[in-house]
Design a protein around this ligand. Structure first.
Ligand SMILES: [Zn+2]
Ligand SMILES: [Zn+2]
Length: 127
């Protein structure tokens, strides 16, 4: 978000997943997150990245300046880094192939098609 971290990738995308798991929900403060699987040796980062261990041998990276979530990686899949699709230069380019952990998908997502929509904030917060 702040521009302090960038990445470039020259390899093939190993998978495109929308993840509904509870850990991703908590880690991103969002109902789901979208990833692109990339090969670590062909992924180049610039900027100061911090990470934490969100579950044993699983790490989540973020920008040290603004906190934007950058990636997920696990020792279970040492040949893949899952980069958040929202960090693409044009996130609209993202085309997911599958949804995973559908068992923990937020129930209220099913209601989105049936509630009012607005271009901006609906109204000012109540005093
Ligand atoms: Zn997940
Ligand atoms: Zn940042």
């Amino acid at each position: 978000m702040c521009g302090a971290v960038t990445w470039t990738y020259s390899g093939d995308v190993t998978r495109n997943l929308v993840c509904n798991c509870a850990d991703c929900q908590r880690a991103t403060s969002a109902p789901f997150t979208a990833f692109l699987g990339m090969r670590p040796e062909q992924l180049r980062w610039t900027g100061d990245i911090r990470h934490y261990e969100s579950s044993p041998n699983t790490f989540r990276g973020f920008c040290s300046s603004c906190g934007t979530r950058l990636y997920f990686r696990s020792d279970k899949w040492p040949h893949e880094v899952d980069v958040h699709a929202a960090t693409l230069t044009d996130p609209d380019e993202y085309q997911p192939h599958a949804q995973v952990f559908i068992c923990s998908r937020a129930k209220w997502l099913n209601r989105l098609q049936s509630i009012p929509v607005h271009e901006g904030f609906q109204q000012n917060p109540a005093d």
